[in-house]
Design a protein around this ligand. Structure first.
Ligand code: NAG
Ligand code: NAG
Ligand code: NAG
Ligand code: NAG
Ligand code: NAG
Ligand code: NAG
Length: 271
């Protein structure tokens, strides 16, 4: 009973407390991110050191693209701003981040595996950039991920099997990259009540195969084609030489039989 009263009292008191102090981790995160990004069109005019130190005033932020909750950055939305540069691993210091949208820019370099420390991350949209390297398997550590949208980049390697562990995943799009290898069954053929992703989530990756895409690699087909051509040409040369031998036999047989005919007619008495 006492514990409950104390708990309720605490909740009451907490709601009357002034907004929490800026978190040094958010400052670290924003400082490093602004250093790794290039902003040739000057869209991020308020991304200055003085604002990084105190980015949140209640629920609002003077930082373009940033949304706050409880004095912490919880959403970063920097889509379609012609940004260049790369994604700083220090983004992981924005530990309350729930949504990260850097889509439709010209970002290069890898997707940092340090994003695994964003344990509250629900939405990751890095689509339509020039990101390269592999999809980090560590993303599977972000257990709340609902959305992984990585379409239209130049990502290589295989789709990590571990991503199948993300039971909340309802949108998954890795189309139009340079991924290869088999689609993990844990993602391609999800069972039970888990949302399934159709072929459009995987399309436009030349060397990716397996359900819901075609079952076999294109290189597998070309090996078959080579074997077929080999067998075919072997058979053809066999047929040609057989025909040649037949014709030769026919000709010599005809000569012989002609000679025999002559002999026979000579030997045969007339009746
Ligand atoms: C930039 O910051 C100033 C205050 O420093 C604020 O008045 C202004 O609205 C901010 N601009 C944006 C786009 O948030
Ligand atoms: C992206 O921004 C440009 C202008 O900077 C605008 O013309 C275009 O419609 C925007 N695209 C989207 C999808 O918002
Ligand atoms: C900030 O992020 C970097 C890169 O992930 C990490 O090395 C560092 O420990 C983080 N700092 C804090 C205070 O979490
Ligand atoms: C990711 O961002 C792009 C625009 O930049 C948008 O078209 C797409 O719908 C977003 N993905 C999700 C799953 O919301
Ligand atoms: C999908 O999974 C089910 C059950 O695990 C299995 O019976 C079926 O053969 C699988 N389909 C494909 C195309 O792998
Ligand atoms: C694939 O799924 C998406 C939604 O995730 C849907 O918009 C699209 O129509 C589906 N395509 C096919 C061919 O079923």
């Amino acid at each position: 009973m006492g514990a409950w009263t104390l708990f309720l009292l605490c909740i009451l008191m907490c709601s009357f407390l002034p907004p929490s102090k800026p978190d040094p981790k958010d400052e670290d995160c924003l400082t490093h991110l602004s250093e790794s990004l290039q902003d040739p069109n000057n869209h991020l005019q308020n991304w200055t050191k003085s604002i990084f130190a105190n980015p949140c005033t209640g629920f609002t932020s003077y930082l373009q693209g940033a949304t706050c909750n409880n004095g912490r950055i919880y959403k970063l939305s920097l889509s379609n701003l012609s940004l260049r540069g790369s994604i700083s691993p220090y983004l992981a210091n924005c530990t309350n981040l729930q949504a990260l949208d850097l889509s439709s820019n010209y970002l290069t370099g890898p997707i940092p595996s340090d994003l695994q420390y964003l344990v509250n991350l629900a939405v990751l949209n890095l689509s339509s950039n020039r990101l390269s390297g592999e999809i980090p398997q560590q993303l599977a550590m972000c257990a709340y991920l609902n959305v992984i949208d990585l379409h239209d980049n130049v990502l290589t390697g295989q789709i990590p099997q571990q991503l199948g562990l993300l039971v909340r995943l309802s949108v998954f799009d890795v189309s139009n990259n340079k991924l290869s290898g088999p689609i993990p069954a844990t993602l391609g053929n999800r069972t039970g009540t888990l949302p399934r992703f159709n072929a459009s989530s995987y399309a436009g990756n030349k060397d990716l195969y397996g359900y819901p895409l075609a079952p076999m690699k294109s290189t597998g087909l070309s090996v078959l084609a080579i074997v077929g051509i080999g067998l075919g040409s072997g058979f053809l040369s066999l047929v040609l030489s057989f025909t040649a031998v037949c014709i030769w036999l026919r000709v010599t047989e005809h000569k012989n039989s002609g000679a025999d005919d002559g002999k026979i007619s000579q030997l045969m008495p007339d009746y």
